[in-house]
Write a protein that binds this ligand. Structure first.
Ligand code: HEM
Length: 253
């Protein structure tokens, strides 16, 4: 069975609105302690909208709907249309994978959250790989130049780093032996989290740069501000929910 990181009970939550929030080791980066911690009896799916997550959901939906409607409202192409469809779907699933796990606190919830997180990432990975395979086939079939735009460069860098992050995540969670054993693997979890947040930003920047490609502007008629707004909402929804303790930052000392 996949290991759980901690057997410690969840930190105390602030109980009333009138109480001044006492900083704890689980204080989110912004907001008050408890804003984004899953309560022991709360259903897991609520993590997807807890605290500021609903803002991320608005942003994720805006990116998905803008892309899918732009593709289906304009000229379809077998070797180009699937790329934006699959990449925006992959990003949507990746955002859900982060939001579901962030607020987990008890060992049991962490274990359940990890399974859902891994499943969502598997779907996201399949979506990204298929979408990149389509665009590379397109380039090969039409003898188009690679790395033709900023988006092309970012796409290759982000895709490569995502592969490394998946491999790291699978090793530390499923086969910790390859990292020197369970204890050593657990000590590395925080780097997976840092990597995850960095990659979320890179995925969003890659999507932002996609709005500036000739195809997005000329064929899909995507307005840059819609992607800008979607990306901003995702960021302001995700980052205030970061649990500093999970990143190895203990502010209670
Ligand atoms: C995380 C999301 C995305 C990733 C990882 C990604 C990745 C890539 C990669 C690897 C390439 C080929 C680069 C090359 O061989 O030179 C590419 C090209 C392209 N992508 Fe994306 N993409 C993403 C999202 C999107 C979205 C949302 C759109 C459209 C709305 C889009 C539109 C395009 C276009 C038009 C090209 C061809 C232009 C060019 O390479 O200069 N991509 N993408």
């Amino acid at each position: 069975m996949a290991p759980s990181e901690s057997t410690q009970p969840p930190p105390p939550l602030s109980t009333t609105d009138a109480e001044p929030a006492v900083p704890t080791e689980s204080e989110p980066l912004l907001g008050r302690p408890g804003d984004a911690i899953q309560k022991p009896d709360a259903p897991m799916f609520l993590n997807l909208v807890l605290g500021t997550a609903w803002l991320s959901q608005l942003g994720a939906l805006l990116l998905l709907v803008t892309t899918w409607s732009a593709v289906f409202l304009h000229k379809l192409g077998a070797l180009i249309s699937p790329h934006p469809l699959l990449q925006s779907l992959g990003a949507f699933l990746l955002i859900q994978a982060i939001l579901i796990l962030q607020p987990t606190s008890t060992p049991a919830d962490k274990r359940t959250g990890q399974r859902i997180h891994a499943s969502l990432h598997l779907l996201s990975f399949l979506s990204f790989v298929s979408g990149i395979a389509v665009i590379e086939t397109n380039k090969h079939a039409n003898h188009n130049a690679h790395l033709h735009s900023l988006h092309g460069y970012l796409g290759v860098i982000t895709g490569t780093l995502l592969l490394a992050q998946y491999a790291f995540g699978i090793c530390m969670w499923l086969v910790p032996g390859v990292l020197g054993g369970e204890d050593k693997a657990k000590a590395l979890w925080k780097y997976h989290r840092y990597g995850g947040y960095l990659l979320l930003v890179l995925v969003l920047v890659t999507i932002g740069a996609a709005a500036d490609t000739d195809y997005s502007k000329g064929v899909l008629k995507i307005k840059g501000w819609t992607f800008g707004l979607g990306i901003t909402l995702v960021v302001v929804g995700v980052f205030p929910r970061v649990q500093l303790r999970k990143l190895g930052i203990d502010r209670s000392r």
